[in-house]
Design a protein around this ligand. Sequence first.
Ligand code: UD1
Length: 368
Amino acid sequence: MKLINVCGTRPNFMKIAPLMEAYRAFPDIEPVIVHTGQHYDDNMSRLFFDELGIPKADFNLEVGSGSHARQTAEIMTRFEPLLIEHRPDAVLVVGDVNSTIACVLVACKLGIPTLHVEAGLRSFDRTMPEEINRILTDAVSDLLFVSEPSGEANLLKEGRAPEDIHFVGNVMIDTLRRHLDRARQTSVHDRLHVHKGRYGVITLHRPANVDCRDTFDGICEAFKTIQQELPLVFCMHPRTRNRAEEFGLLGKLESLPNLQITAPLGYLEFLHLMAEARAIFTDSGGIQEEATILKVPCLTLRENTERPITLTHGTNTLVGCRTRDLIEACARLAEIRERPHRTPPLWDGQASARIAEVIHQRFAGIQQ
Ligand code: UD1
């Protein structure tokens, strides 16, 4: 079977990587990679292909940035002729970004079977663009691969048939487990002059946190206080840098003696940096999951999460974005670190193998 695998943004690449490996056990699956080009900077894209050994994309749609409507429409416009020409047996999408919904919608309307990896996650917050992408992607996908039990429950509540849903575990954690030893060999701590266990890592990029000046300023105020006790490394997403510049906050952050700003890091260096951090401050979805496996306290600058298992089993704590709440949460780091942690079910490094097996079973015997 010819299986198109779509990726477009940084967090998609670590989800596609283990799948490409897992397909090798099934010679009947012929994987094709389509990169939409939603992320295009070397350190947001190419570096991940190199470090994770992902085969070069067979096609790159090179859509680049734009408003949601423009970006989504552009991906659809460029993906449709490719599907018509190559007529795959199925299209697999991962996660919840604009590339995910754009491609699944095109495939579904051409009558091509669609597969969604990381299905069923819900924050129940429709102000998040990703929540809209998740709901719509699941609604039109034929096969739904779920990473945590809440995903299965949500899909059943939405009326999906149990036979469409496969609880397989977490492909992002497959990648983490596969690469952690290699990550530990990087010299990122020397390069950034930080001591293991004695710094915090920051990543922020959600519109809710960085698109409103007052909110972003309040967060920077909290970091100003926190860095007096805990050195901070802010790995800054390009979107966040643009906003910080626009709001005049970049200079303020740069002037803090114990906060350093870096460009986005590669997968291995960033994983090493997270693994040895005293705390992680983030609004990312995937980092909440990675911190859970690394057992590092994760303070999530959001009011909700679509990944509730990281709260019940892991180190994740929702702290919102108010200055005082963020500072107060730092006082609870030891408590978070010491609370009992359990590995979420099936986050064992075998999710992609389970997915490949289901695909093989479902599509075996297809004639080209
Ligand atoms: C996207 C996803 C988000 C995901 C995030 C991971 C959507 C709706 N959002 O958000 O769910 O968590 O990726 O990073 O799909 N830019 C660059 N270089 C790049 C990519 C982006 O400079 O390689 C800048 C551009 O100014 C661009 C902005 O970042 O306009 C936003 O990029 P975009 O892909 O639209 O959304 P993200 O914020 O990255």
